[in-house]
Structure formats: structure tokens, C-alpha cells
Design a protein around this ligand. Structure first.
Ligand code: 6R9
Length: 635
């Protein structure tokens, strides 16, 4: 059993303990799990190299903690409840015992394909139970999974496969999303024309799309699994052996392969899941994220399953067949904890109340949000119309790099305030730092959010590039992890996340690096250069505004070019990175030393050209005038 907080006093007590003696605190949390060999030392760290090790020399397998540890008590209970894209298709459930069998069989399949401890397995799949099975099968045999969100393009998939030098790719013939089918295998084939490390592609039949199978490389999932043993001994892992790689965007062009390891991630995902959502045995928990993102890894798969929970996995989208789909699912399965993103709430709010009214939502006890700041209007709608004023909202702040929730209310225990992530979880020591690197103590302060002590779930490195890891997170402020977010601590000591302070934008809860999008735009043959900024968007939170300087505007005129630029980005990264607005400009505002003055572009994109700040270093003021004149938002 994972230790649970039951009261505000209990939270305060645990928090104080965790700061006074982090090692004792995390040792106590570690005790809740099954270790083949106990750790010698709880933590060994410095933020200079940086070196971060938790549960040093502990030996374990995370799947033994999900299965062997839970089977006696939970064997016949549902582990995964799966709701298909189409409400008319039959749903599926897998009990812990059934899931264990599937995981073992697939783990044996992978072993037979020559996958062993430390090998990388790339996963490009729709939201079906086999996706969760794939993750757990990798973990069972010590292979490192690298899930690539099924909305990414062939090019993005290729980059990620090559960066990790994955040996096997797991995919499907296609994926259902609303009334569309994503041709996953076809996209994978395109990616694989340039991936020399891949030896085998395992293809799950899902959409029954017409696909090509490459002889000697591709095998069907069901055929590969057929006849495999239901028993697969777990590989013994060191606490610090990598569990998975997950790519995320940063302020420079290339995506970063964030590496999470086994022991610390296990303790952190299990502890935070049980506490933040106040999960009780028997509850049905539904997180609407895709397993292609960290939220899905930690709070659809690992956290809930470690806690022996019933975790609901949904294949489809919130607005198909209509905008009541989430609420139909909540009522169908009597969901108790529901976790989604502000962008989904805003999209559903915009469709009107008729889709939520009249739905049977009385089973709901806790509502959660993640991915971006939640605006007050969305918070109140969620609270009043979905939660019917009965459910606490947990606004959970965290990142791919943090592995699990960092700042959040404990459901029903921490008093909430709309759009505040409230207080740090036990074991988390946030600090607010000025741009000059000075720690701002006390309340009513605003600055950069850093963390000054390690926690077990934190990333350990960037795959293949530890120096970039150091540089990105540990060089801005001495001896601290820098999150890239701005934050305010109000008069009550509550934290409100203000959004990114670096060149990362957050579109519908998806992190995108502006440089990554610019690189894609610049591939267009007519483009000389470009600058991308975020702008306020009613549904997506931030939209993508691209300022693009072209040479000749001959082919197809301005509209044609704008369209082909958008298509180019979709092809190179994926539809999530497609700019909402493309403004063709005569040039970009630059300083005399040739730096793009993004501040000016951000202001224009926000629709405010009144106060552009100091423009004395600007090379050519006319360019700014022309940009303002041609702006695609009201300035
Ligand atoms: C889990 C996840 C991380 C970035 C993060 C921040 C933003 C996430 C938030 C939030 C305000 C919240 N973010 N949760 N901002 N309030 N509750 O989303 O990971 O995809 O890596 O994004 O998302 O800006 O730095 P990831």
C-alpha cells in the first residue's frame, strides 16, 4: 500500500518531514514497493554535473510491482477499461491477471525478436490496450520504450527513431480518431526509409486498412504473439537503469530525448497518483491524455497500475460523435476521478452546456487538469457544470522532465483557488528566482520557477547528450533545476504558474519549440527566414503565429504560399505544429547585431503595438511599421 495523506494537517506534517529529512521521507515511500534488493543509499546527487541517483543499488522490476505485488489482492479486478473511438464498438476490459498474461506474452515476443535489456523499442500506436501492453512488456524485459505520439509526421518519427537507435518499431495498420483514420503504417513506412537501426516492425491490426508488409522486416502482432508462453520472468533492473525515453520540445530545434529511470520513477509515479487524486480501491479513474505524452505514461499506465487502480483508456476524441462524449464515458463507467487538459475544457465549454447537462455525472469525486495554465472561466465551468460544485479541482503543474506532478492540491484536502496549482507536493522544494539569479523569498513574489532539491521522478539526462541536459536545466541558475516556467507566489503562499519564459509555446497543452517550427518553415523553397511566436487563442491557450519573409511571391500568390507553408510544417512535424496564422512580411525586425527582436513580434501577435518598449537598437523601423500594418490580428 502506498502511503496516503488524509488531512490538511497530514499534508503539512508530511511536507515538513520531507524538507527536514528528504532521505528519510523518500525511504519511507520506497518501502511501499517491492525490491529484489533494497537500496544502499536513498539519494546521491549534485546539480553541477548534474548527477542524480535515487535508491542507489536497489534492484527491482517495475512490472513486478504492478503485477506480482498486486495479484493476490487485485488479480480479478479490472486494470484497464478500454473505450473505443466508436461508441458502437464493444469496449474491452482487462483484469490484472489478464493484463499480466498479455504483458508476458508480448514480452516473450520481444525477447524472441532479439530485444534485450537496454535495447530501445520505438512505439507509434493508437490508444488501444496493446499500447499499454507494449510499454509494460518492454519494462518486463528491461527494454527502453520510446513512445512517439501517433499525431507526429513521418519525419518526426524518423528523427526520434534514429536518435534512440531503436531496434524494433511497434505500430498499427491505422488509428481511429473521430471520423478519421490516421494511416500509421504508411507513415511509419515513409519514416523507415531512413532508419537503419530498425530490424523488425510489429504491426497491430486495428483499422483493417490496406497496407504493405515488407517481407523480412514486418510481422503482424497477432501472429508474432501467437503461441508465446504466458510466463515471462522479469528482468532484474538497477534503480538507475533507464525505463523509457520520451521526446519533448525545447527552445532549440532538435527534440530532446528525456530519460527516466526505474526506481525513482516508480516511487514517484505511484506516490503522486495515489495522493493527488485520492484514489480509493474500487474507484474508476479516467485520464483523457494520450499515452504518447508524459501524462499518459505516468497517469494512465504506471501510476494507476502501481496503485492497483482501474484505469480507463479512451481511443477517441472529445468532440466525436458529439461534444458530450467524455460525459457519456463518465456515466457509462461511473468514473470517479477525471483528469483532462484546459484546452479540452475550453473546447467543450465553447460547444455549449447542452452536451453536459442531463448527463449522469454524480459518480465524479475529483476533477483534474494538466498541461497549461487554466483560465478562470474554464475553471469555473469545469467546477460548476462538470463537477456540479461537488468536486475539488486539482490543477496539477508538472513537466515531461519532472516525471510526475510537482505542484498541485491534494484532492479534497488542499483548499483550492481558481487557476492556482496551489502548493508543492511533499518532497518538492520550489524556489522563485529573479532573472539575476537571486532567490525571492517570502510571499507576493514573481519570477522564474526552479527546484532546489532533487525528487525521485526527475529526468536523469537527455538521451545521448548529457551536456545538453546540464545546459538546459542546470546552467541558468546555480545549483537549481530550472523549469522554464514563470510563476507567482501570492500572499497566501500559493503558486500560480504563469507560462513559459523561454522560446517554448504551449498549444492545446502540447509543448512546441518555436525554433523547431521555424526550421520547418524555413525548409520551404520561397522562405528566406521566419520567426514564430505564441499569441492568445480562445481554445488552444496559445496559437502559433508565424512571421515569414519570402523572396519572390510568384507561385499561387500570397494565399497559396501561406497554405503551402502550413502544409510544409504539418509534413515535417505534424498537424499539432501547423501555424494558425502566417503573415508574410518584408523582413524581420532585427537589432544592429542581427538578432531578431521577438519581443516586438510577440507584442504584435498579442494585438498590442502601443508599447513596444525600447526599439533603439532596431536596424530598420519601417519593417516594424509594415508588420503592424499587415498584422493578422487586431492591433
Ligand atoms: C505534464 C505536462 C510542461 C509544461 C510546463 C508548463 C505547462 C503543465 C501546467 C502547466 C500551468 C499547469 N504546464 N501543467 N502550466 N498549469 N497545471 O504537461 O508536461 O508536456 O512536458 O509540458 O506545460 O509550461 O512547463 P509537458
Amino acid at each position: 500500500m502506498i502511503n496516503k495523506i488524509h488531512s490538511l494537517g497530514g499534508y503539512i506534517h508530511e511536507y515538513q518531514k520531507s524538507v527536514a529529512n528528504p532521505q528519510a521521507f523518500w525511504a519511507q515511500q520506497g518501502e511501499s514497493f517491492f525490491w529484489r534488493k533494497r537500496w544502499d543509499k536513498v539519494v546521491d546527487w549534485n546539480f553541477d554535473e548534474p548527477k542524480i541517483q535515487w535508491y542507489v543499488n536497489g534492484k527491482l522490476n517495475i512490472t513486478e510491482n504492478i503485477f506480482e505485488r498486486n495479484l493476490y489482492t487485485h488479480g480479478s479486478q479490472e486494470a484497464i477499461i478500454w473505450e473505443p473511438n466508436n461508441p458502437d464498438e464493444e469496449s474491452r476490459t482487462l483484469t490484472y491477471s489478464e493484463l499480466f498474461v498479455e504483458v508476458n506474452k508480448f514480452a516473450n515476443t520481444l525477447r524472441r525478436l532479439g530485444v534485450g535489456k537496454g535495447d530501445r523499442v520505438a512505439i507509434y500506436m493508437p490508444m488501444v490496450p496493446e499500447l499499454a501492453i507494449a510499454l509494460l512488456a518492454c519494462a518486463r524485459i528491461g527494454a527502453i520504450h520510446s513512445v512517439v505520439f501517433a499525431g507526429f509526421s513521418a519525419n518526426a518519427l524518423k528523427e526520434r527513431i534514429n536518435d534512440a537507435a531503436a531496434k524494433v518499431l511497434l505500430t498499427a495498420d491505422g488509428g481511429f480518431r473521430g471520423d478519421k483514420i490516421t494511416p500509421l503504417k504508411q507513415i511509419a513506412d515513409e519514416a523507415l526509409t531512413n532508419c537503419s537501426s530498425i530490424e523488425t516492425v510489429v504491426v497491430l491490426k486495428r483499422t483493417k486498412s490496406d497496407i504493405e508488409m515488407v517481407v523480412g522486416r514486418d510481422i503482424w502482432w497477432h501472429k508474432a504473439v501467437d503461441g508465446q508462453s504466458e510466463v515471462c520472468p522479469a528482468e532484474e533492473m538497477d534503480s538507475e537503469d533507464p525505463l523509457f525515453i520520451l521526446y519533448t520540445s525545447g527552445s532549440t530545434g532538435k527534440p530532446k530525448g528525456i530519460v527516466h529511470t526505474t526506481g525513482g520513477y516508480m516511487v514517484y509515479s505511484g506516490y503522486t497518483f495515489s495522493n493527488v487524486f485520492q484514489y480509493h480501491a474500487g474507484d474508476v479513474y479516467f485520464c483523457t491524455a494520450d499515452i504518447g505524452w508524459i501524462t499518459g505514461h505516468t497517469y494512465i499506465v504506471y501510476g494507476p497500475l502501481l496503485a492497483g487502480a482501474k484505469t480507463l483508456m479512451f481511443e477517441g476524441v472529445p468532440t466525436w460523435p458529439d461534444a458530450g462524449r467524455f460525459w457519456d464515458i463518465v456515466s457509462k463507467y461511473q468514473v470517479n476521478q477525471f483528469y483532462t487538459a484546459p484546452t479540452a475544457i475550453r473546447a467543450l465549454l465553447a460547444k455549449g452546456n447542452e452536451f453536459v447537462e442531463g448527463k449522469k455525472l454524480s459518480s465524479l469525486k475529483v476533477l483534474g487538469t494538466v498541461g497549461e495554465p487554466i483560465n478562470e472561466e474554464a475553471w469555473h465551468w469545469y467546477h460548476d457544470h462538470v463537477g456540479r460544485n461537488q468536486c475539488p479541482i486539482v490543477d496539477t503543474w508538472w513537466q515531461t522532465e519532472t516525471g510526475g506532478v510537482m505542484v498541485s492540491p491534494i484532492a479534497g484536502i488542499t483548499p483550492t483557488k481558481p487557476s492556482f496549482a496551489t502548493l508543492p507536493l511533499p518532497g518538492v522544494q520550489p524556489v522563485i528566482v529573479s532573472n539575476e539569479g537571486k532567490e525571492l523569498t517570502g510571499n507576493s513574489v514573481e519570477g522564474n520557477l526552479c527546484i532546489k532539491y532533487p525528487w525521485p521522478g526527475m529526468a536523469r539526462t537527455i538521451w545521448g547528450d548529457h551536456e545538453r541536459f546540464r545546459q538546459t536545466y542546470f546552467s541558468s541558475y546555480s545549483k537549481m533545476y530550472f523549469t522554464g516556467d514563470g510563476v507567482k507566489r501570492d500572499e497566501d503562499g500559493y503558486y500560480r504558474i504563469l507560462g513559459r519564459v523561454d522560446d517554448v509555446i504551449n498549444v492545446s497543452g502540447h509543448r512546441l519549440g518555436t525554433a523547431e517550427i521555424e526550421n520547418a518553415i524555413n525548409e520551404h523553397p520561397l522562405v528566406n527566414e521566419s520567426a514564430v511566436v505564441g499569441y492568445p487563442h480562445a481554445i488552444k491557450g496559445q496559437g502559433i503565429y508565424a512571421f515569414v519573409a519570402c523572396g519572390e511571391l510568384s507561385t499561387g500568390g500570397e494565399d497559396g504560399i501561406r497554405k503551402s507553408i502550413m502544409q510544409g510544417v504539418t509534413k515535417i512535424i505534424g498537424p499539432i505544429a501547423r501555424p494558425d496564422l502566417v503573415q508574410l512580411v518584408p523582413g524581420l525586425p532585427k537589432t544592429r547585431s542581427g538578432k531578431i527582436m521577438r519581443r516586438i513580434l510577440r507584442k504584435v501577435a498579442e494585438g498590442d503595438a502601443t508599447n513596444l518598449g525600447d526599439i533603439s537598437t532596431l536596424l530598420d523601423e519601417d519593417v516594424v511599421e509594415q508588420i503592424i500594418d499587415g498584422a493578422l490580428v487586431d492591433v
